[in-house]
Ligand binder design. Structure first.
Ligand code: SAH
Length: 376
């Protein structure tokens, strides 16, 4: 299995943006530019520097969907921008709202027709959005619906921003927290995700603090070291899901590339460099990884690491035969872990009435379209 990151983009040079990664366009993806890059672009067009700031605000604070909404920009400059740049916006094709807790699931169509899924969760402390980072995924985790059809392509920084922008516009309220836990492996789309992090936490944009962002990874070890060396300030969540390598290999092909020991070593390095406490996600699958002896092994592995464990009752998908652990098994697992002084929570199911597992809504929508096409 190929696990190296295939993409390299030199973000210092704005003219290459928009021409990368599946979204083939000769134009510049203007919403993926930071303010410096936008300054350079406008300077090259012979425009005054303050125009860049104005345009940046239209894009990243007022969240416009077209150049023509930029009312303090002259028509001639708007026309020049249209010639050189793409300004794309996600198109919502389906929005489901939970009657139980207000959770909203969004299916968005991208400019090339691909479909992605994002989720809004409403908490007392604010609005949290779960975004996708790729169309599909190539990591192959056995319980996950997002990976069943493999990876289609990486999302661009602007597409990831747009998941937040579209939801904030829809609800008319500020998004305060972000989790990169939708479809895709964020560290398999490293450069674009890093650029997204820069733009979403930019003071000139929505200014969402990195401390309110969590990136979840299946554990691409070299990339964890890279994050540590960059001293990122977001929370890193590791999808561990097993207490030993053999069990992990059964569930996650990535375990064949990196052992649990290697993952945990990288995590300790991450903590040393960033001071950020780690989260370990552990999806409990009945009869596979939910036994008490396993909880003891996990406790031994994690003791001494500054971390928090999030137990997730596996969300069964119809394509696989995985069953959720029962409540008693989950409690026992939690209690055993807590004996090691580890902080453990059981993930509350949000939007139970509209909930497919991660990526399942997109998959059923896609399958339906294919069926309809075949029937034509
Ligand atoms: N690729 C990243 C992020 C995407 S998934 C990662 O692997 O972390 C976000 C979390 O949901 C991961 O911990 C993933 O393993 C878990 N997950 C995916 N499908 C699931 C399911 N059906 N039931 C329970 N957890 C699931």
């Amino acid at each position: 299995m190929e696990l190296t990151v295939s993409l390299y983009v030199d973000w210092k040079s704005y003219d290459r943006l928009g021409k990368v990664d599946g979204v083939m366009s000769d134009k510049i993806d203007i919403k993926s530019l930071n303010l410096n890059e936008l300054n350079n672009l406008l300077a090259d067009m012979g425009e005054k520097a303050f125009r860049a700031k104005q345009i940046y605000q239209w894009l990243h604070i007022k969240l416009v969907r077209s150049f023509d909404e930029m009312s303090n920009i002259s028509v001639s400059l708007r026309e020049k921008l249209k010639e050189q740049c793409d300004l794309k916006a996600l198109k919502p094709v389906q929005i489901l709202t939970s009657q139980v807790d207000g959770t909203k699931k969004y299916l968005f169509e991208l400019s090339d027709g691909n479909i992605i899924e994002s989720v809004l969760m409403r908490y007392h402390h604010g609005n949290s959005v779960c975004i996708s980072t790729q169309v599909g995924c190539r990591m192959g985790c056995k319980f996950c619906a997002s990976t069943l059809d493999g990876l289609e392509r990486n999302l661009t920084p602007s597409e990831m921003l747009d998941e937040i922008y579209a939801i904030q516009t829809d609800i008319g309220e500020r998004v305060s927290n972000i989790v990169l836990m939708g479809s895709g492996e964020p560290l398999d789309n490293f450069q674009n995700v890093m650029k997204f992090m820069e733009l979403i936490s930019d003071q000139n944009g929505l200014n969402i603090s990195q401390r309110n962002i969590t990136l979840s990874t299946c554990g691409l070890v070299p990339k964890i070291y890279e994050l540590a060396d960059r001293q990122v300030q977001f929370t890193l969540a590791i999808s561990l899901h097993a207490y030993d390598d053999n069990t992990r290999k059964e569930l996650m092909p990535v375990a064949k590339a990196y052992s649990i020991a290697e993952v945990l070593k990288a995590c300790k390095y991450f903590f040393e460099k960033t001071g950020r406490r780690l989260t370990f996600e552990y999806s409990l699958v009945s009869g596979v990884n939910d036994n008490e002896a396993g909880a003891v092994k996990l406790g031994e592995l994690l003791k001494g690491i500054n971390c928090h464990v999030n137990l997730i009752p596996v969300n069964p998908i119809k394509e696989r035969d995985f069953k959720q652990s029962d409540k008693i098994a989950i409690e026992k697992f939690k209690n055993k872990l807590e004996k090691y002084g580890i902080n453990v929570t059981i993930r509350r199911e949000m939007g139970r009435d509209i909930n497919g597992a991660c990526g399942q809504l997109r998959k059923s929508y896609k399958d339906q379209i294919i069926k309809e096409k075949e029937g034509e």
